[in-house]
Design a protein around this ligand. Sequence first.
Ligand SMILES: CC(C)(COP(=O)(O)OP(=O)(O)OC[C@H]1O[C@@H](n2cnc3c(N)ncnc32)[C@H](O)[C@@H]1OP(=O)(O)O)[C@@H](O)C(=O)NCCC(=O)NCCS
Length: 258
Amino acid sequence: MKPIDMTAYRPYKKIGTSCALRKIGPKQVIWPLIEHTDAENPNFRLRVITRKDVEAVAELWRASYPEVYGSIHEWILHPEAYEGRVAFFEDWKEHCVTRPHAVMVGEDLQANKVVMASIYTKWDENLQIEASFIAIHPDFRKGRISTSIWSNLASFYKWLEDSGAEYVTVFCETWHNITQYIWFKRLGWKIAGIFPGNFTRWAGGQQEYRGCTVHFYRFLNEGARYATLPEEWDLLPEVKELWGYLEKINAQSREEGL
Ligand SMILES: CC(C)(COP(=O)(O)OP(=O)(O)OC[C@H]1O[C@@H](n2cnc3c(N)ncnc32)[C@H](O)[C@@H]1OP(=O)(O)O)[C@@H](O)C(=O)NCCC(=O)NCCS
């Protein structure tokens, strides 16, 4: 974008007295490489997607998260849609900067199978990463591999932090509450809100509905320093009441670890 001269314009109101301000400059989230073998279980490895994995990963989503069929997220079911969107190991140096999505795969080295995948989305200019999707193959949900998956995912904090992101978000579907439990009770993220009808989701056959998602957030790196505090927010009394309640609930969100 060409620079524009903003000197003739003013923000609606002076904001930023409850937090630090900084000079606007280039903002960039860079995907750190993931390559991690579980010390407790050498058969489990977390790594970034390679082009060879694309079929298996798309199949994993079709088997585990078919609800995205017909939605804005349907691309994850289509192997050919990964090129151009996803950061591939083979071109990591370039893709870790340029690609909007990182895909982490969990591999069972004994079964030689991708048993878990998670997709992350970044917005450079907002220094934000969204943990967009996670699924464990139905055959590997309980037992040793599943334990390894969750305990190793705990290390993904460091990974998120190393990316330079300062605001991380996740949306949890509401057909179960497993991920709400994990993000709220074990990772300590805060509830941002409940979004009824946020995304279209597949009901089977050629039917769909609009599903409800619960959104969570967390600040990383310097994010909290630059975030305005409630004293500066001009809220309707009803919204203020809701915030008070949310704060009370969010005080119960703690990092218990995975
Ligand atoms: C979501 C998914 C990844 C969860 O994996 P899973 O292995 O089936 O999860 P589990 O039911 O074993 O739950 C993981 C842990 O959280 C605990 N847990 C989950 N929900 C809980 C709750 N409501 N209350 C208490 N504990 C809870 C489990 O007890 C377990 O901990 P433990 O191993 O120490 O016992 C998996 O079901 C999946 O791939 N689903 C399809 C795709 C999907 O729904 N993705 C997420 C959309 S938001």
